[in-house]
Design a binder for this molecule. Structure first.
Ligand code: BT5
Length: 328
């Protein structure tokens, strides 16, 4: 009911709505309305209240709640449920917990801050409060578990396409980084629970450095990480970016669900690749080798050619790559 009150206020933000009118429209007492307004104010909504005129919404908070994101969404099921936290350990871990409890396909976990944000292989992901977009998507695809890593390429493609809508050109550093001018602005962590030939669920974690300032990064991250704000010199609308990302993701994911293919996503990742055609260093556990990145195959594997001429397909999840001089 609280959000029905909010909805009315949003629809009528030009004028005051009297408590009487809201109470008649929603069929609840004026005391309850007063309580809902108080609770909305606690959530960060700035609401002008006047005993004579009633209530008027002045400013909505910059919060990544379903209420704030829904106007940007045109998806069928991704993001129809958004579970929002002020602070959490890791949205991927929370998503796993909820997926185990039966959360629906397409449920989103989003947090304003992560205190234990994760990268791949147990690495840490810096996730300061209100500055970025830290979210996880719960998916329940009917696929062979071997194909789960392909979802990382779908997320990367959705990210590239979304940033284009904000006039930002970024590139994919295979397999899971989005970079601008050689620095990482977004990372993707896809995790799966399954059996030999069946997937229980997949969690796609996406971390976007939206409005971080240089001071939000630790010293060792500064030369390899950046934010959208740093690159374009202005804040990005986090709510609109989440909505756009989920719309693009659902569209690209549909091909995977219906045909088991990711052709559209691969094309986007190839056209915007930071590595294809470049000489790279390949890091597998502690081994390092040098090769030239040639192409992406239809499953999102990176085809590389070593100095001795031999060609190999790298599967995401196993390896990291670097440019020869800097991060890429
Ligand atoms: C990744 O791992 O890039 C995957 C990051 C996924 C983060 C999201 S946020 C929502 C969801 N919930 C989670 O707990 N995680 C996901 P990897 O390729 O292993 O890169 C990790 C490395 O990136 C670290 O070792 C740092 O060097 C660097 N790094 C850490 N925080 C960063 C940041 N905010 N921006 C750029 N680079 C960062």
């Amino acid at each position: 009911m609280k959000y029905e009150v909010l909805h009315l206020l949003k629809e009528n933000s030009e004028t005051f709505l009297s408590g009487q009118l809201i109470s008649e429209k929603l069929g609840v007492s004026r005391t309850s309305i007063w309580k809902y307004i108080k609770s909305l104010k606690e959530e960060g909504y700035m609401i002008d209240s006047s005993s004579k005129k009633g209530y008027r919404l002045i400013v909505s908070p910059d919060a990544l709640t379903f209420e704030e994101i829904k106007k940007y969404l045109n998806t069928k099921y991704i993001g129809k449920k958004i579970i929002h936290f002020e602070s959490i350990n890791s949205t991927n871990d929370k998503a796993k917990e909820l997926a185990e409890q039966g959360a629906d396909d397409g449920t989103i976990i989003i947090s304003e801050e992560q205190v234990g944000g994760k990268g791949r292989l147990g690495r840490l992901w810096c996730s300061p409060k209100y500055k970025g977009i830290w979210l996880s998507i719960i998916l329940r695809p009917n696929i062979n578990p071997m194909k789960a890593p392909e979802i990382t390429q779908i997320a990367a493609a959705a990210m590239i396409e979304s940033l284009k809508e904000f006039d930002i050109n970024a590139k994919v550093k295979w397999p899971n980084d989005i970079i601008i001018e050689g620095k990482k602005v977004c990372g993707i962590l896809t995790e799966m629970s399954g059996e030999l030939n069946r997937v229980n669920y997949v969690i796609v974690g996406i971390g976007i450095n939206a409005n971080l300032d240089k001071g939000d990064f630790s010293k060792d991250l500064l030369d390899k990480a950046t934010s959208l704000k740093i690159e374009i010199n202005s804040n990005v609308d986090r709510k609109a970016l989440v909505g756009t990302l989920l719309n693009k993701f659902e569209y690209l994911y549909k091909e995977f669900q219906e045909k088991g293919k990711i052709g559209f996503s691969i094309k986007i990742c190839k056209d915007n690749s930071a590595v294809i055609g470049k000489n790279i260093k390949i890091i597998k556990n502690t081994d390092e080798s040098y090769a030239k990145a040639l192409d992406l195959d239809e499953g999102g594997g990176l085809i590389v050619q070593y100095e001795d001429g031999s060609v190999e397909k790298l599967i995401s999840g196993e390896v990291s790559i670097r440019g020869l001089n800097k991060y890429i």
